[in-house]
Ligand binder design. Structure first.
Ligand code: F3S
Length: 65
């Protein structure tokens, strides 16, 4: 099954993921994005697609697609 995730080795804390799809992404205490628990399967939603396109580091990825 495909799974949405933020590649922590690439994320630089731009927070566009959180701004574009706050229902799916969160920002941790150090400012890095992550996928909220239970939202890993939300990769095909429009807001999530926008976040993927707008992350300057290309850090938002889909595993297993
Ligand atoms: Fe990181 Fe990209 Fe979001 S750099 S905080 S995953 S917009």
């Amino acid at each position: 099954m495909a799974e949405l995730y933020v590649d922590q080795s690439r994320c630089q804390g731009h927070a566009r993921c959180y701004m574009l799809a706050p229902e799916t992404f969160m920002i941790d205490d150090e400012g890095y994005g992550f996928v909220r628990e239970g939202r890993e399967g939300s990769y095909d939603e429009e807001n999530v697609r926008k976040a993927i396109r707008n992350c300057p580091e290309r850090a938002i990825k889909i595993r297993g697609e």
